[in-house]
Design a protein around this ligand. Structure first.
Ligand code: TRP
Length: 446
């Protein structure tokens, strides 16, 4: 990481940077639709297990690695386990990052388009058009899709190019609470809709059969890694700026709980509206874009709420794209000794080239696969359900098998012997085995 340009003065700075990276499309766009596809409440149970047993320990592990080695995500592994091939864990994280960068701006571009619709007071659809058909039309407009995703990317490149400045930190301090307040308000409204009881049942009453399916667990594990922003080394870098006395276990727990609450609130907004409008909960990536505009169209004051909501979501997405871009940029700077400008320029151009086919892939059927799978859903699935878990296994193995327990535990801020022991055992055995089992069984053809 370009250690010269990323600076925060306090623990709040760390918390904000980590929160800005964590809270994004993953919470509001991705979580509800993955939940809808994997049995509602059952998925929630699997997700909470994933966050506590996998996400939290891994978050502490990345921060411990960063605090101990003061290196970037790839060099850190080489330093902890020289002579062993653990560097691949770092490189895998970079690969996942590039895959996510190829589609994340496309969705952020949709958010931008809905912001424009909201600004025009056009949340309601005209006669003869449904929200679903409008969304379809929008994503299938190749020029609009490419244009809006490149616009988002360009904005993020400019921010990253200027350095992750105090501007982002300061604005997050205002925007994140506003975001939370708006989310709460929308949830309260949505829960007053006629579909609310049904939705609450869907969200909170586990369909236990879904828990017997390995894919549910694979989706939950992948979603936890994605949403917290793990396994790409970004938190290794953020951790390296943390002061030695910082209470890492508490800070990280607050982070994962906060991230989970945002995702839950998003589901409490979306599902009541889905059921109130007689729609299906398992409609995939379009879920948020089909139901939310309808909520805004119907609620009093919805025109304004729609503008604010999509604006905030765009900002949340932007701060996440910034952190995603920072991964390759920091590596090019520290490993190739490139200037930050050159690194940002090259990363920006490569990402733009990667984004274009993904944006077009929603419209052009020759870019699609069997079963209607698009490049976007393929990149989404592969990155979070294959590459991120593999990279996470690497992190757990490095800490659990190549690092002395005490030294690792102290770097994670675990001063208590029993806590240290438990954390280390979880990383040594539970995380790698659970991820490996879920990967193998989840990916087997059914
Ligand atoms: N966490 C972000 C989200 O939920 C996505 C993201 C940003 C990310 N930076 C990351 C995921 C780094 C993994 C690693 O939308």
């Amino acid at each position: 990481m370009a250690s010269t340009s990323v600076r925060w003065s306090s623990r709040t700075g760390f918390a904000l940077a980590a929160l800005g990276s964590a809270v994004g499309l993953g919470n509001i766009w991705r979580f509800p639709y993955v939940m809808g596809e994997h049995g509602g409440g059952a998925f929630l149970v699997a997700y909470l297990v994933a966050v506590l047993v996998l996400g939290w320990p891994l978050l502490m592990a990345e921060i411990a690695i960063g605090r101990h080695t003061h290196a970037d995500g790839v060099a850190a592994y080489a330093r902890l386990a020289p002579a062993r091939p653990w560097r691949w864990a770092g490189w895998l994280g970079v690969a996942a990052c590039v895959m996510i960068l190829a589609y994340y701006p496309v969705i952020a571009g949709w958010v931008g388009q809905y912001l424009l619709l909201a600004l025009q007071g056009a949340m309601a659809v005209p006669e003869g058009v449904t929200q679903a058909s409008r969304f379809q039309g929008l994503v299938q407009d190749g020029v609009l899709s490419v244009g809006s995703s490149l616009a988002v990317l360009l904005l993020s490149v400019l921010i990253v190019g200027a350095g992750v400045s105090a501007g982002i930190e300061r604005s997050s301090k205002i925007l994140m609470p506003l975001f939370a307040a708006l989310l709460l308000g929308l949830a309260a409204y949505s829960l007053s809709l006629p579909g609310a009881t049904h939705a609450l049942e869907f969200v909170f009453r586990p369909e236990w059969e879904a828990l017997a399916r390995p894919v549910t667990w694979l989706a939950a594990f992948g979603q936890a890694l994605f949403s917290i922003g793990l396994a790409m080394g970004i938190l290794v870098v953020y951790g390296s700026y943390l002061d030695d006395a910082a209470p890492v276990p508490r800070l990280t727990l607050a982070l994962v709980v906060g991230d989970t609450l945002v995702a839950l609130l998003a589901s409490l907004i979306i599902f009541p509206a889905v059921f109130a409008m007689g729609m299906a909960p398992a409609q995939g990536p379009g879920l948020a874009f089909v139901t939310l505009p309808e909520v805004f169209a119907r609620m009093p004051g919805g025109a304004l709420a729609g503008v604010v909501f999509f604006l905030l979501l765009l900002i949340a997405a932007l701060t996440s794209v910034v952190s995603l871009l920072e991964v390759p940029v920091s590596l090019l700077v520290s490993q190739r000794a490139w200037s930050r400008r050159k690194a940002v320029g090259v990363t920006g151009i490569v990402t733009m080239l990667a984004v274009m086919p993904v944006a077009l892939g929603e419209a052009v059927s020759s870019l699609q696969f069997a079963g209607g799978m698009t490049l976007l859903s393929l990149a989404d699935m592969l990155s979070s359900q294959v590459v991120l878990p593999l990279s996470a296994i690497g992190i757990a193995l490095v800490v659990g098998w190549c690092w002395r327990r005490e030294s690792a535990g102290l770097a994670a801020g675990l001063n208590d012997v029993r806590g240290r022991q438990l954390w280390w055992l979880v990383l040594r055995w539970v995380v790698p085995l659970a991820l490996a089992i879920v990967l193998v069984t989840g990916l087997l053809p059914r």
